[in-house]
Design a binder for this molecule. Structure first.
Ligand code: HEM
Length: 224
């Protein structure tokens, strides 16, 4: 049997791809936070990012592949767990693990739906055809990403879709980070509470960071 066909092999792949996705989330949050600097911040950042198309496209393809592998093995592990689940026990000794697993697949599906919507929204700009950033240059001739984001998050429906999706992301991360350490065998009685705290801290930092953008726009802290 090949390593990737074993349960631990699949979990290691989930952990490695999960770490890469968390790194992306930190980089993306730092980039997005330039919105707090006004159009000078985020429009300059977006222009810089797009100035080297081969690098942008290489990065996008690698991230897409990593995301796809993460989802593929998540589905595999969920199906394996279903097959292996004993039927007829009145007490499930692995209740916590089972609950965590179930939560992960549902929050994961919400994140998948969100990422598809998000790409249509800000990358392809199909869901908000009234404002295409590249057709509305700012005073320096750069696509007005600042205005695009502000106009979107001023709509309460869009701000709520993001808030709910980011909450699902927070739940997914707090369980996911713990699972990474468990897969690596770091799950002793002494380490477990610290690992749980780390998972929670990472989830809170990222989700509060992402939520702060639609929240600041809804509250009028950032405006046109
Ligand atoms: C307030 C929150 C967020 C804002 C303002 C935001 C903003 C943006 C913008 C403006 C783009 C387009 C970049 C481009 O076309 O070059 C983008 C792309 C993207 N975002 Fe977000 N984002 C947010 C949250 C998230 C979250 C939570 C995730 C993941 C779960 C995410 C994943 C992505 C991905 C995968 C792309 C495509 C990458 C690319 O186009 O290069 N974003 N985001």
């Amino acid at each position: 049997m090949r390593f990737i066909d074993t349960s631990i092999g699949k979990k290691v792949i989930m952990a490695v791809t999960g770490i890469a996705l968390v790194k992306f989330l930190f980089i993306h949050l730092i980039g997005n936070s330039t919105i707090f600097l006004g159009p000078e911040g985020i429009n300059a950042y977006a222009k810089g990012l797009h100035s080297l198309p081969p690098i942008v496209w290489g990065f996008r393809l690698i991230m897409l592949l990593i995301f796809g592998i993460h989802i593929y093995f998540a589905v595999q592990l969920t199906l394996d767990n279903k097959k292996a689940k004993p039927i007829g026990y009145s007490v499930d000794k692995n209740l916590a693990a089972t609950f965590s697993g179930k939560t992960m697949i549902w929050t994961g599906l919400i994140i998948l739906g969100f990422v598809i919507y998000h790409l249509l929204h800000f990358t392809l700009q199909i869901t908000s055809p009234y404002f295409i950033a590249s057709s509305h240059p700012d005073n320096f001739g750069r696509p007005d990403v600042f205005k695009m984001v502000i106009l979107s998050f001023q709509k309460i429906s869009i701000a709520l879709i993001y808030a709910l999706s980011i909450t699902a992301l927070a739940l997914h991360l707090s369980h996911g980070v713990q699972s990474i350490f468990q897969t690596l065998g770091l799950n002793g009685d002494y380490l477990m509470p610290k690992i749980k705290a780390l998972g929670l801290a990472l989830a809170l930092i990222l989700s509060i960071g992402y939520l702060s953008i639609p929240a600041a726009i809804q509250l009028g802290i950032i405006s046109l």
